[in-house]
Design a protein around this ligand. Structure first.
Ligand code: NAD
Length: 267
């Protein structure tokens, strides 16, 4: 029996990058996967197709898969997203708050609108989705799982990306707070904090070999991470193997949070 067989999971921003790999990994472990996407229906269809294929290999009777369009920063969209999933499947077991955006600008030149937009998607969106998930978990009883995607910038400052760093630090704290608040109700809340992964959000360096080499120079393990390496940790945290883990952030970063500047002793 697969670790996530028969579990219903909703992944926000699940059509590309880490979300896509996570959808495929969960399907591969036997889960029914609801993929939220904001724009780009074509990408979402491709991801759904790949997840269905992974699942048909994993489970004889196959799994369910569905797409749910919506902007996680909008309360009415989030309510609709959950309604669509619950109308279709009746229950949700796992929410993965994966959707995220970033915008680069020296902070003194950044507009308040740009700041607000990043916080709205990365932090408010995760709150809105977590709130709907908790309401459902409490209603049906039996607990549930919420997983958040932060970043090494949950703890590492990121000049010129102030709202991104602030949102990810906030999301780490939101996760720990919910973990404590609902531990008694059987709800586990954990966070995965990826390092540098070559995905659409990072096309600035991911598609430029010189810039990519510069990024990789700063990673103790000497390479960017793969989306599958992040998806694997989400799958572990969603499984019963992580039954006694809550309120934690697992950094999946090739050593990026180990103060790489200290690799060579200063004296
Ligand atoms: P990505 O750009 O492929 O994924 C982000 C997804 O979020 C996209 O599918 C996008 O459409 C979706 N999205 C954006 N706004 C949305 C909204 N309002 N509502 C719903 N969905 C929305 O890049 P990724 O690297 O796969 O990013 C996924 C998550 O991983 C993000 O939260 C990101 O901050 C985090 N992360 C990525 C890296 C990395 O190096 N790639 C590192 C640390 C953390």
């Amino acid at each position: 029996m697969k670790r996530l067989e028969g579990k219903n999971v909703l992944i926000t921003g699940g059509s590309t990058g880490i979300g896509r790999a996570t959808a495929i990994r969960f399907a591969d472990e036997g889960a029914n996967v609801a993929i939220n996407y904001h724009s780009g229906e074509k990408e979402a269809e491709i991801t759904l197709g790949e997840a269905r294929q992974a699942c048909s290999l994993a489970r004889e009777k196959g799994c369910e898969g569905m797409l749910v369009q919506g902007d996680v920063s909008r309360e009415e969209d989030v309510r609709r997203i959950f309604r669509e999933v619950l109308d279709a499947w009746g229950r949700l077991d796992i929410l993965i708050n994966n959707a995220g955006i970033q915008t680069a600008s020296p902070t003194h030149e950044m507009t308040a609108d740009d700041y607000d937009r990043v916080l709205a998607v990365n932090l408010r969106g995760a709150f809105l989705c977590a709130r709907e998930a908790v309401r459902h978990f409490l209603d049906r009883g039996g607990g549930g799982i919420i997983l958040n995607n932060t970043s090494v910038h949950e703890i590492i400052p990121k000049p010129q990306y102030a709202p991104y760093a602030a949102s990810k630090a906030g999301l780490g704290s939101l996760g720990r707070t919910l973990a404590l608040e609902y531990a008694g109700e059987g709800i586990r809340v954990n966070t995965v904090a990826p390092g540098a992964i070559a995905t659409p959000i990072n096309k600035e360096w991911a598609e430029d070999p010189e810039k990519k080499a510069l990024v990789e120079e700063n990673i103790p393990m000497g390479r960017a991470g793969e989306v599958e390496e992040i998806a694997a940790v989400f799958a572990f945290l969603a499984s019963d193997e992580a039954a006694y883990i809550t309120g934690q952030t697992i950094y999946v970063d090739g050593g990026l949070t180990l103060y790489p500047g200290f690799r060579t002793p200063w004296s």
